[in-house]
Design a binder for this molecule. Sequence first.
Ligand code: HEC
Length: 116
Amino acid sequence: MAVAVAAFTVIADEAPAGNPLAGEPGAVAAGEALFSSMNCDGCHGGGGSGWVGPSLADGRWRFGGDADALFHSIANGRPHGMPAYGELLPENSIWQLVSYLQQLRAPFGVPTRHWP
Ligand code: HEC
């Protein structure tokens, strides 16, 4: 629980103004639930740690890690295998997913953490 509280504090302090749910209580938890129920974790791994889809937790982004870029990735998809969810999820749910992704941190010792 301490981890969740700490993560939430990071969101409140650092989330770009682009996410209308920045700092909103429950947004991260709702996004985490969606990440599992929408099967994001089936491709991106538990906690977004990477599987057949790229890691979403290592701080490296192909298409940008700010709120608007993340929203775009989820809503419109990306060319090499990322499905578009804009017709499946209301905007509010996509922002919840953005809130969740923005507070993910790679655990220490993950080898990809230091890749260029
Ligand atoms: C069928 C497998 C699959 C599913 C399901 C999937 N993704 Fe992806 N996702 C990918 C792949 C593959 C890429 C890389 C696309 C590329 O490089 O063009 C990607 C890219 C992304 C990116 C951009 C990453 C970057 O580095 O910029 C985000 C954000 C993302 N996915 C979030 C999600 C979320 C949130 C969900 C659930 C709503 C989801 N994905 C579901 C396969 C998937």
